[in-house]
Design a protein around this ligand. Structure first.
Ligand code: FAD
Ligand code: DLZ
Length: 510
């Protein structure tokens, strides 16, 4: 016996660096479903099903490939309820020379594993996670000496590094780095949105659904109609389905929202990419091939690749550069508690109801719902970053601290003082009206701002602008907002602030 190789629930690939150079005859693998990981947040029930089932399938695959795998199935009465406890017991039984693992994605667990060598008395070899295109070191080098980090410049570096959508003479394909200006169309029902890709649960998944229903009844959401892929083969099918049916319209309707369609033209691949069932670079390459083959337009393919090569890598870099301090940032000084309707969806604001209800049913909401609806509301209402971050970490199947935290704390809440994004994504109801058909079905009137039935986003938006004058007035991208605010009559400004103050005192009733 030489090494004990730990594979975490989001490292489900034989390409994981912890397996590099390993010998199935000599080394052992440990995988464990443990209470500590399943309960550090109120994980959506579908996220638990996805991870436990995908872990079980991967464990079986490793055994079929000839590996000896110590796999702990979840049970509340298991003696060992943390990864450290499981590993520690195996050390007694197997006396390995080294524990090998790949760096984990969350600071919380990363910090624990860092202490194992001392606590458990066995060398721990923690390897770089090579699934990311930029290593932590590479990102830190890029960020060094830059006062402000901007995704767009980092993304161009990643395009050059990978050669994705680059011409042989190192120019961006299509003549531009970014086609975002073409990606802001409202969707009015045509072309029809494809049905989401579905996999019917097999015996393993059905067992896990029963387990989650029995042992995690108080967790958010439900297990009904679980249809996520849980194997590499099925996740690959999900990717093929996206490329063929959805990618062509991905760009046009990337920012659209709908009162009737949950998924629109999004890929729904993040749950698989994040847990190891799909490789991010291979996903980008598949999209690029579709463009070269003339199967999807450049605005769709470039927009899609930018999300993975740009945003996904960028937020991960920021997370590791600034943790653990980053999680404590609250530069706008927010103090409000998260309204309870985030957990129930019971609110008369149609857009919020639709986004939260989809989240409860699907463990999924697309980017614009996360950013411009539930996120925007939390920003305008001044919710404590810690509480809104914990909500996002809990409710989505793709949520892990490394990707959730910078998106919520940085991009949405601007709690890092503008380090991640140059201006807050604050918006009034007009934005939601422009990009969706929610407002036509809403109890509140988006055309009104001060009356009792006025859209809450409208006055809350101006309240945000007014109360954060010192934070944003000097921001060149916000100057116009302050000029618009000043242009309004004093009585109007007063009425807007009065209405907003009333709403802030009665958030739970909205
Ligand atoms: P698509 O719209 O099809 O995009 C393609 C891929 O690009 C995604 O699968 C994802 O891998 C990547 N991507 C897109 N935007 C981002 C981004 N901002 N950051 C990182 N990757 C991105 N993504 C997560 O994976 N986990 C999270 O916990 C998470 N929390 C978020 C919270 C907020 C408030 C916001 C605004 C965004 C968050 N995102 C998160 C990013 C994004 O919303 C999701 O990646 C996306 O909605 C996943 O759905 P999809 O696969 O259909 O994405
Ligand atoms: C998210 C999660 C859950 C719910 N359960 C487990 C588990 O039982 N065992 C495990 O190894 N990993 C689990 N994970 C993922 C980890 O909590 C953690 O988020 C990632 O490993 C961070 O990279």
């Amino acid at each position: 016996m030489a090494n004990l190789i730990l594979i975490l629930g989001d490292q489900l690939t034989t390409d994981i660096s912890a397996l590099e150079g390993a010998d199935p005859k000599r080394d052992r693998i440990v995988m464990a479903e443990v209470h500590e990981e399943a309960s550090y947040t109120n994980h959506h029930k579908k996220k638990l099903v996805l991870l436990f089932s995908a872990m079980r399938h991967f464990g079986q695959q490793l055994e079929q490939d000839g590996w000896r795998v110590h796999y702990q199935h979840y049970h509340p009465d298991n003696e060992h309820q943390s990864l450290e406890a499981v590993v520690s017991t195996l050390l007694e039984d197997l006396s390995p020379d080294t524990i090998i693992t790949t760096e984990c994605g969350e600071w919380r667990l990363h910090n624990q594993i860092n202490q194992w060598q001392e606590r458990l008395g066995v060398p721990v070899d923690t390897r770089t996670d090579t699934r990311f295109i930029a290593s932590k070191r590479e990102f830190a080098d890029w960020a060094e000496d830059r006062k402000q980090l901007r995704m767009e410049f980092f993304y161009r570096e990643m395009r050059r590094k990978t050669g994705l959508l680059m011409t042989p003479d190192d120019k961006p394909e299509g003549g531009s780095w970014n086609f975002d200006a073409d990606n802001r169309r409202k969707w009015s029902g045509k072309p029809p949105a494809p049905a989401p890709f579905r996999i019917e649960p097999d015996t393993i998944t059905r067992d896990v659904i029963d387990l989650v229903d029995q042992h995690f009844p108080d967790h958010f959401g439900n297990t009904d109609d679980f249809h996520f892929a849980v194997t590499h083969g099925d996740a690959q099918e999900a990717l093929n389905y996206f490329i063929e049916f959805t990618l062509p319209c991905f760009g046009d309707y990337q920012d659209a929202m709908s009162d009737t369609e949950d998924w629109l033209f999004h890929s729904i691949l993040s749950p698989y990419i994040n847990c190891g069932l799909l490789d991010p670079l291979a996903v980008c390459e598949a999209a690029a091939r579709a463009w070269y083959a003339g199967l999807a337009p450049i605005n769709a393919v470039e927009g899609f690749i930018r999300q993975i090569l740009g945003w996904r890598e960028f937020v991960r870099g920021i997370y590791w550069l600034h943790m653990p301090g980053y999680a404590k940032e609250n530069r706008l000084g927010n103090t409000r508690s998260l309204p309870w309707f985030y957990w129930t969806g019971e609110t008369k604001m149609r857009c919020m109801h639709k986004a939260i209800d989809a989240t409860r049913r699907n463990a999924y909401a697309h980017h614009i719902q996360r950013l411009m609806v539930t996120g925007n509301f939390a920003l305008l209402a001044g919710v404590k970053p810690e509480e809104i971050c914990d909500w996002y970490l809990a409710v989505y199947a793709d949520a892990y601290d490394w990707v959730e935290l910078p998106n919520v704390l940085g991009m949405v809440m601007h709690a890092d003082g503008g380090y991640l994004g140059s201006k807050p994504y604050a918006a009034s109801g007009k934005y939601i009206q422009r990009m969706s058909d929610h407002c036509a079905n809403c109890h509140y009137k988006v055309s009104k701002s001060t009356e009792p039935d006025a859209c809450p986003f409208n006055s809350l938006y101006w309240h945000f602008i007014d109360r954060h004058r010192a934070d944003f007035e000097g921001n060149p991208r916000m100057g116009m907002m302050y000029r618009n605010w000043e242009k309004q009559k004093p009585e109007k400004r007063e009425a807007l602030l009065k209405r907003a103050n009333y709403l802030l005192e009665h958030l739970e009733e909205l």
